[in-house]
Design a protein around this ligand. Structure first.
Ligand code: SF4
Length: 458
């Protein structure tokens, strides 16, 4: 076996896990290949947050089976679906060689080797005890040449949101010790990463030796780090300390992904979200007072069981009132082992066509708000952390503002530089402009990254 390919589904947590998977396979002597057709080992890192990614995973498995037949490649399935549905995977896809849960990433080489040597299927989905769990440390060399990097600060979730499968697929919350987080951030900064995103299922309940606010401030002070971001947060853990950190620490990027899920107290209570709309708005107001202009994005579930037309209208109204910068909205899909999945029939399933038409309407409202917010930048000069050539307009440069707005611009600032860009045009999803005179060069030269595929990582 010489080469591996990874197909990553789902969130940034999975993207980060895929990097650790790649590094583990690298230690076995395998190198990354960008196509499944040239791989000797195909890894699917799966997501079960909704039905769709799960269906996509099964259809991808069918495609990769042909590669297995053609060149004898091995197939390994990891991630949340593997954790929760190992029996179903083994039954539906008996040609899969390895099934491994999120806690077994470090053991993947051993599982692959045993499957190859003994011609057996190997399966490992046991949880590692919280006290014994060791977070895999990222190999900084894999990040050389990149401007942005993900650092895992915790895993799992102790909340019990009634729609969410994460506590069943990722287990109890475990926070990574602060020293380990800072060491990994320092490693990344040393190889040229200038923007660090701290990730976890509910980062603001972090307890790895300090509060999350303190962790953020320490990361922001690491030499070479220009911006710190994080995802994802639960509104009830948005502490005054964290709000204060936004006020005093300019390197904490003014962007907050704060899922509200819906704009109706009755449904929030059924979702077991542990806050009311008024409490959410109060936290948001505190955040906006601390950092005027902060971009707030959210998650919304459309068609939660029992949602009426009037209740959906309240969520649309809330979207308008808050003026979210953007939102990740999805139709409700019942997930195994969740309370909302179990009680859907009793609470009142919303017909699929109604869910879809509500979602379309919400997306349309949000698009208009996003476009309006972006238009407000036209004529202003914004700070852009340059990531390289634009993916869709290769003659232009590409980067993001502190608010995480995408900017494509005419200029020559290298990847890793902070460039001030005069915005001339706004579309519904991105800004376009021209580089001004102010450019702050990176302390360590970083190369333009290769264009990324959207579903494969190494
Ligand atoms: S806080 Fe987030 S990850 Fe945790 S159960 Fe709720 S939705 Fe799922």
């Amino acid at each position: 076996m010489k080469r591996y390919f990874i197909h990553t589904f789902g969130c940034q947590m999975n993207a980060s896990d895929s990097s650790r998977i790649g590094e583990a396979l690298g230690r076995m002597g395998l190198s990354f290949t960008p196509t499944a057709e040239s791989a000797d080992l195909i890894v699917l890192n799966t997501c079960s947050i909704r039905e769709k990614p799960e269906e996509k995973m099964l259809s991808a498995l069918g495609r990769y089976r042909a590669v297995k037949v053609a060149r004898g490649a091995m197939i390994a399935v990891g991630g949340c679906v593997a954790q929760q549905e190992k029996e179903r995977i083994l039954k539906k896809a008996p040609y899969v060689d390895v099934v491994f849960g999120p806690d077994a990433i470090g053991r993947l080489p051993e599982l692959v080797e045993r499957a190859r040597r003994d011609h057996v299927r190997t399966v490992e989905t046991a949880w590692v005890d919280s006290d014994e769990y060791v977070f895999p440390r990222a190999d900084p060399e894999a990040a050389r040449g990149k401007v942005t990097g993900l650092v895992t600060v915790m895993k799992g979730c102790d909340n019990v949101c009634s729609f969410c499968v994460v506590p069943h697929t990722r287990g109890r919350e475990v926070s990574r010790p602060v020293g380990e987080v800072l060491a990994e951030v320092a490693d990344l900064a040393r190889v040229g990463v200038r923007e660090v995103t701290l990730i976890g299922q509910n980062v603001n309940s972090y307890r790895g030796g300090c509060t999350f606010a303190s962790l953020l401030r320490q990361v922001a002070r690491e030499p070479g780090v220009e911006r710190v971001r994080f995802t994802t947060s639960h509104p009830h853990d948005l502490s005054d300390d964290l709000v204060e950190a936004f006020r005093v620490e300019p390197k904490i990027a003014p962007h907050f992904q704060l899922p509200i899920q819906c704009g109706v107290d009755r449904l929030l209570s059924k979702m077991r979200r542990d806050y009311t709309v008024a409490e959410y708005l109060e936290r948001l107001a505190a955040l906006r007072r601390a950092r005027p202009g902060i971009a707030v994005t959210t998650d919304i579930i459309v068609g939660f069981p029992g949602e009426t037309d009037e209740e959906f209208d309240q969520t649309v109204d809330l979207t308008r009132r808050v003026r979210f910068e953007n939102q990740y909205s999805f139709v409700f899909s019942p997930r195994p082992k969740t309370a909302a999945g179990a009680h859907e029939a009793e609470w009142g399933p919303v017909p699929h066509a109604v869910k879809v038409s509500r979602l379309d309407r919400l997306i349309e409202v949000q698009r208009a708000i996003t476009a309006e917010i972006l238009r407000e930048s036209v004529g202003t000069e914004v700070e852009v952390l340059v990531e390289g050539p634009s993916r869709f307009e290769p003659t232009r440069r590409f980067g993001r503002t502190p608010e995480n707005r995408v900017v494509n611009f005419d200029g020559d600032a290298p990847a890793g530089a902070l460039a001030w860009v005069k915005i001339e045009h706004a579309s519904s999803s991105a800004l376009r402009g021209v580089q001004g005179e102010r450019v702050s060069l990176p302390p360590i030269p970083v190369a333009d990254p290769l264009p990324e595929g959207d579903a494969c990582s190494a």
